[in-house]
Design a protein around this ligand. Sequence first.
Ligand code: ASP
Ligand code: MG
Length: 280
Amino acid sequence: MIVMKFGGSSVSNAEKIRQVIEIVRGRLPRKPLVIVSALRGVTDDLFKLGEQAVRGSSPPVEPVRKRHLEAIRELGLDPVLVEPLLGELEALLKGISLVKELSPRSLDYIVSFGERLSSRVIAAAFVKAGVAAEQHDAFDIGLLTTEEHGAAQPLPEADGEIKRIVSKMAKVPIVTGYIGKTKGGSITTLGRNGSDYSATIFGAAIDADEIEIWSDVDGIMTADPRLAPTAKPIDALTFAEASELAYYGGKVLHPATITPAMRKGITVRCLITFKPDNNC
Ligand code: ASP
Ligand code: MG
């Protein structure tokens, strides 16, 4: 099996989702488990909705609804895929606006909707494109975490749980990045950009042959290309170099990403969605 993770910019609209499906289709013989982020910008929007709600206004979820309904329409899917979750999000924000209290736990609950929504749309698009795929919330397939909301860590038993559950799956699992759940049942997040971390957590748990982190940028660069126009892609990094880079603020990988892969010695490759034949 391999793990393929697609970030927010790789799944920002219907066209990009179609591209992702074709990339995964090309890897079907390697039995991929797919991890997806929220549609680009949606996590930021959800954080803002939480802030607005705690100030007392019950903010409209329209922008978030519109983003998903647009993708659904363009992909020819049924809005019923997302309506129940959008209703739940609306009720949650209303509740927060009434109690005017936003705990780290409620904030994680709010921002979890990004991946829960995107994965449902993306999985349905796979099925429509003829790929036998199935959506899963990571917490329903074993990703148990500590209670540190906003920076949760997988519990040691998550490995075994994930492996046990995933090994029984016949369809391509399309799994939410970024989120998990405590043993007590509250939704947690692994920290911003946490879908990378989800990819290596799942990869290590299932003893994947390889973990692929797909994004819209040219892999890991020598410098931030927005700041240093002469930045060049790096061919290969050791685990230690990659984690150091992430730790010191490189924007490509979540700081803890490399840890699970290193534990099992699994190669992590960064690939580019718009140049699927190139890697870095
Ligand atoms: N959606 C989350 C974020 O924006 C996680 C991720 O994209 O990796 O931080
Ligand atoms: Mg990212």
